[in-house]
Write a protein that binds this ligand. Structure first.
Ligand code: PLP
Length: 349
């Protein structure tokens, strides 16, 4: 979802952006107007996350997966190996791509203890301090697993794929070497990714790194070495303004916690539904659940759809249901879902 206010603003100024007589899509990315818009978006993102001055904020293409390749290429100069925490399919994807460039060492994986999924704690002694970096994924959308505590990997750069929970709560950027995120979950439409990189890490790209993926070059050209996805950037900027109007990330985090708590409470209280993620790691963005009798799942989905509750089918790898409740999902949407779920459970329990 995108916030409806953002889409309304985009619609209102679609043909004539701020009296220029043109759509923002028709502006050159080299025009003064567009450059001002782009740098304002960057500043708003910096404000929201309190990004320290020694971090660069890059707006790039290629989504989250693009960074699965860009990160190892840009850090290979530090070392030929990297360490990973594997919490699900996205971290596995990042790890497989990194293994094309580096020796990948998987330190720990999500564990299934008596049917409950938990994520092991990472401590510095587990991490080879000669690694180029340590990588984890802060939110796994498929299983609905979120890592809230920032892992302590010692002195090597900490790299996080925050594609699916960036801007959902405040984070201490200073703890990270690189944070990256595809835009389409919590930032704006697809086509854009954001990379926040500590400036001392710009010097370690492997020589073969394609120029348009080279962080130092991207930074030198203010993320306009090649033409950026200008409309996605503009919409991301509107979302940043909307987040500020909502009261910033503290306020959004509170709302997100309320939304997730309502849904997990419903799942835990109704015998018909199960979720097998340990309470400490239950995602506030993607709430997954199964119906105790699998045969009812098609009926659940069909009736949900009839009630205007869409996109609840779980990822094909795990099946079941998944309610994605990113920042833009209002609490009313979650309440409507829990009311439907309780009613369905009463009728089919
Ligand atoms: C959605 C998601 C991605 C997606 O990558 P794209 O290349 O933008 O499709 C990557 N990582 C995580 C954690 C995600 O949730």
């Amino acid at each position: 979802m995108l916030p409806v206010e953002v889409m309304q603003q985009a619609q209102a100024e679609f043909i004539d952006w701020q009296g220029t007589g043109r759509s923002v899509m028709e502006l050159s990315h080299r025009s003064a107007e567009y450059i001002a818009l782009a740098s304002e978006a960057e500043q708003d993102l910096r404000d929201l996350l309190s990004v320290p001055d020694n971090y660069k904020v890059l707006f790039v293409q290629g989504g989250g997966r693009g960074q699965f390749s860009s990160v190892p290429m840009n850090l290979k100069g530090l070392s030929d190996k990297a360490a990973f925490l594997q919490t699900g399919s996205w971290s596995k994807g990042a790890q497989q791509e990194a293994s094309k460039f580096l020796d990948v060492n998987v330190l720990a994986e999500t564990q299934n203890i008596d049917g409950i999924l938990t994520v092991p704690k990472i401590t510095p002694d587990m991490v080879d301090q000669k690694s180029a970096y340590f990588h984890y994924c802060s939110n796994e959308t498929v299983d609905g697993i979120e890592v809230n505590d920032i892992p302590d990997c010692g002195d090597i750069p900490l790299v996080a794929d925050m594609s699916s929970n960036i801007l959902s709560k405040p984070i201490d950027v200073a703890k990270f070497g690189i944070i990256y995120a595809g835009a389409q979950k919590n930032i704006g439409p697809s086509g854009l990714a954001v990379v926040i990189v500590r400036d001392d890490l710009l010097e370690f790209a492997m020589p073969e790194t394609p120029t348009f993926l080279h962080y130092k070059t991207i930074d030198k050209f203010d993320s306009m070495y090649n033409t950026p996805p200008t409309y996605s950037w503009y919409l991301a900027g509107l979302v940043f303004k909307w987040l500020k109007q909502q009261g910033g990330l503290e306020a959004i985090a509170e709302k997100n916690a309320q939304k997730a708590a309502l849904l997990y409470k419903c799942i835990d209280e109704c015998d018909l539904y199960t979720n097998n993620v340990h309470g400490d790691f239950r995602s506030k963005m993607n709430v997954t659940f199964h119906l105790k009798s699998k045969e009812l799942e098609p009926l659940f989905l069909q009736e949900a759809e009839q009630n205007g509750l869409k996109a609840l089918k779980g990822h094909r790898i795990v099946g079941g249901m998944r309610a994605s409740i990113y920042n833009a999902m209002p609490i009313e949407g979650v309440i409507a879902l829990t009311e439907f779920m309780r009613d369905f459970a009463r009728r089919n329990g």
